[in-house]
Design a protein around this ligand. Sequence first.
Ligand SMILES: [Ca+2]
Length: 384
Amino acid sequence: MAGLNVIMLAMVPLTGASSQPTPTPPPPDCCIPAAGGRGAMVLQISRNGPPVQDQVRENSPAGMVWVPGGEFMMGSTDPLARSDEQPVHRVRVDGFWMDVTEVTNAQYAEFVAATGYVTLAERPVDWDELKKQLPEGTPKPADEVLKPGSLVFTPPDHAVSLSRYELWWTWTTGACWKHPEGPGSTIEGRADHPVVHIAYEDAVAYATWAGKRLPTEAEWEFAARGGLAGKMNVWGDDPVDATRCNTWQGHFPDQNTAEDGFARTAPVRSFAPNGYGLFDMAGNVWEWCSDLYRPDAYALLVESFGDQVAVNPQGPKTSLDPRNPYVPESRVHRGGSYLCSDVYCASYRPSARMACPPDTGLAHLGFRCVEAGPAPAAAPGTNK
Ligand SMILES: [Ca+2]
C-alpha cells in the first residue's frame, strides 16, 4: 500500500495501540513518511572539486566498489545521536561489493523492461491487508483512496508542528517511481536520479534480478563510514553544509532554500564520494537495508555478545517499531535524504537509523545493492 497505512495511522486514535512494550523512545518521525518542493532546481554540477574518475579494476562488477571488511564501532554517542543508535558496540563484517551509487531510474527502468515487474505503488491497495496494519474498527477509506499510489512530499506554506508528518506527506493516487510527484510528473530528465517510491519487495525484486542483495544494516554503516572511525559524518567531524550532500536547507518542512542546488532528488554522483568511493551515503534518498527494525536492536545484540565482536550481524529476529505499532514488521533504512535538516533529524549521519513498514514507498526512499566477494586482486577501495 506504499504508505497509506502510515498516513491512516496518523489520522486515527492510537488508543490501545500495541500490547508490546516500548523499550526505548523511538526516533522522531522526521522526514518519514516525506519529497522536496515542487519546481525543484536541478544543477548538473559536481561538488567538492572535480569529478572523481572511476578506476577500472579487473573483476570489478560494473558500477560496484569493493568494501574491505573489518571491525568497527557501530552506533554513535554524538550529541545528535538518538537512543536507537546505542549502545555503541563492536561489529565485524566481511568484505563485499557495493553499488557505487543509489539505484537510478535508468537502472530500475532496465529491470522493469526486462521483467515486466510492477511495483507495489502501481498496484491497487488491498484493504484486507491494509486493515491488518490499522486499529480494529478503522473505517474503510473510499474506493478512490485505494487506487494505486504512494506518499508524496507536499510542503505546507507555513510552519507546522514537526510531529504532524501527515501535514507534509500526502497519499497521492498515481504516484510511483515513474511519476514521483504523482500524475503529470515524469522521470524525464531524471534518468540518473535515484529511483524512489520503492517498497521493500520492489528493492528485493531488483536486487534478485541483478544477482545482488540488499545490504545488512551493519554492512551499510561500515561502508558509509568509508574507513573513518567514530566520525559524526561520512566525511569526518565537520558539520554538514550545502557542499557536502543533498539535504534540506531552510526551515523544515515549509521553507526549502535548496542552497545545495536540489529541492528534491539530485543526480547520483552530484557530491563527493566517501572514503570507499561511494556516493550519496549521506542524503539524497534513504536506502533500504535487509534488517528488521527495533529501537533496542543494539541493546539486544550487546546482551548476546557482551564486549565480544558481533560478526556479520543480520539484525533482530523480530521487529518492533513504536512509530508503527500495528504493522507486523518494520524494515531499516539508512543514509537520510534530501528532507533531512541539521536542526531536525540529522539522519544523514552514518549511524542514524530509520524504518518503515516494508510495503511503504516514499518519495525519498530508494536503495542500493551489495554482492558477495571474491575480493578484487587489486588494492581495495577502487571501483568501476
Ligand atoms: Ca537539498
